[in-house]
Design a protein around this ligand. Structure first.
Ligand code: TYD
Ligand code: MG
Length: 466
């Protein structure tokens, strides 16, 4: 039961009524009366047909320039956003605790403020003193950002209305107190976001909502928000490691494939523009290691995929995948057993993408397969060059490709760019299935998992695990 004076409202015409009836007394629609609080937002949308007619514009005349965007001044972040923040949009910034959400939000506000636009940092988690001590690490401009420790949605809305900042950060959406709903509950988070969305559009204020996500990836509250907000950004990385990636899971104003790479340092998050160099620099030919030529959106990225195979008595044996999809690992292991002669049913298998990066693409399959096969045989993959395998200066082998169920390898998009990136960093051997457009120079094509294992020298000294 709603407590307002008008207890119910029609979701079609917005007419309010004190008592519930099956048919709306105003517009005659059936079963459209809802408790006033929940109907308010719905009627706002549906009731639009009663308003003055809109003015459609031919698409050709719609402005596409990103000049109207508010740049956060953090290049990698702006790139993921599709060129900066769109005024009046609602961005959900999710990630596990301690990953750096408040840091990047603080940095963005500092830059926006330094560029002369109004900002507001609403903290429901930390005291202003705590926010200040973080800002002190981020530099002078961060200290100019107005902060308010507040969790009441109504106070936040009133303040935004009064201050009209260009960009407002709500840290976090789970701490918002909305009506009687328990803070952090799905109802509170949804209702709060709905109200903020409304304010964002109405006042042309860009809102960045920070949302916590548990390590298990459960976005309890935030997941429920994805359809409401304009843009969902996800902050990833291992807390203990310094690398962080920001990717867009949804973006109404840009591509969702872009990924920004950062490093957490003293002084905040630092963009890593040459991520490939960093990751390849850390990779050395060793048993269980291979370089994957991945695509992060439109950008090639070299990452090291590592595997460990250890005999076990445990049934079923352990399969741990960090940075790659667990189901892809299961599939690759099954194909290795069936078509590669490598049976690991008696071994624990761990696969990890070094640096805490996540690679979500089938192109990672071949790297998983070669890393596992190499770990199983206990020998580094054949780097080809004159340098001894594993010797100083030897460059690891690189690869990409999808593994098919029949043991064939399937080509993946952007073979040329992946190859070029590997060559750029001096990786001599690059294995991949033949691309549709033909074999580019410098690519060693392998079209079955068996051929790949042979070419990489991964099957020699095959040990039976257990
Ligand atoms: P924080 O942004 O508070 O994480 P979240 O809001 O996602 O919970 O920052 C997390 C970590 O970053 C914290 O352990 C401290 C560290 N950090 C640095 O290493 N350097 C810095 O300059 C800052 C501000 C934080
Ligand atoms: Mg925080």
């Amino acid at each position: 039961m709603a407590k307002g004076s008008a207890g119910y409202a029609c979701t079609d015409c917005g007419k309010t009524a004190l008592a519930w009836t099956g048919q709306c007394p105003a517009c005659g629609a059936w079963n459209t009366l809802e408790a006033a609080a929940t109907a308010a937002t719905a009627s706002g949308r549906k009731g639009a047909s009663r308003a003055a007619a809109g003015k459609p514009v031919p698409l050709r005349e719609v402005s596409t320039e990103s000049a109207g965007r508010i740049r956060t001044g953090i290049g990698e972040f702006d790139r993921v956003l599709g060129g900066g923040l769109v005024p009046g949009s609602l961005v959900l910034l999710g990630g596990s605790p301690g990953i750096g959400k408040s840091t990047i939000a603080g940095m963005a506000l500092a830059n926006v403020g330094a560029a002369g636009a109004g900002t507001l940092y609403v903290s429901g988690e930390e005291s202003p003193a705590q926010v200040r001590s973080r800002a002190e690490r981020l530099g002078e401009a961060a200290l100019d950002v107005p902060v308010m420790a507040e969790s009441s949605l109504d106070v936040v809305l009133a303040t935004v209305e009064a201050e009209r900042p260009a960009v407002c950060v709500i840290d976090s959406v789970q701490t918002l107190a909305v009506g009687d709903a328990a803070p952090g509950s799905v109802a509170a988070v949804k209702q709060g976001t709905g109200a903020l969305l409304d304010a964002a559009k109405r006042l042309d204020v860009t809102m960045i909502l920070v949302g916590h996500v548990t390590k298990q990836g459960s976005l309890a509250g935030p997941r429920a928000l994805e359809h409401l907000v304009d843009c969902v950004l996800h902050f990833e990385g291992e807390r203990e490691r310094t690398f962080r990636t920001v990717r867009a899971l949804k973006n109404r104003f840009g591509a969702t494939s872009e990924v920004g790479v950062f490093e957490m340092r003293e002084g905040g998050l630092v963009e890593v523009a040459d991520a490939s160099a960093r990751f390849v620099g850390e990779a050395h030919p060793a048993a269980g290691s291979v370089v994957l030529c991945a695509m992060e959106g439109t950008r090639p990225l070299l990452v090291e995929v590592q595997a460990l195979v250890a005999p076990t008595e445990v049934v079923p044996p352990r399969r741990t995948a960090t940075g790659v999809d667990r189901n892809r690992l299961a599939l690759v292991l099954a194909v290795l057993a069936r078509h590669g002669g490598i049976n690991l049913s008696g071994a624990d298998v761990f696969v990890n993408v070094a640096g805490g990066v996540r690679v979500d693409e089938p192109g990672a399959d071949l790297a998983i397969a070669l890393a596992v096969a190499s770990a199983n045989s206990g020998t580094a993959l054949d780097t080809g060059g004159t340098a001894q395998s594993g010797g100083a200066g030897a460059k690891p082998i690189a690869c990409f490709g999808e593994v098919g169920l029949t043991g064939e390898l399937r080509y993946v998009a952007h073979a040329d760019r992946r190859l070029a990136e590997a060559k750029k960093f001096g990786l001599d051997r690059v294995l991949a299935p033949t691309p549709a457009e033909g074999r580019p120079r410098g690519l060693e094509t392998v079209d079955t998992i068996a051929a790949a294992l042979r070419a990489a020298g991964a099957k020699r000294r095959l040990r039976s695990a257990a």
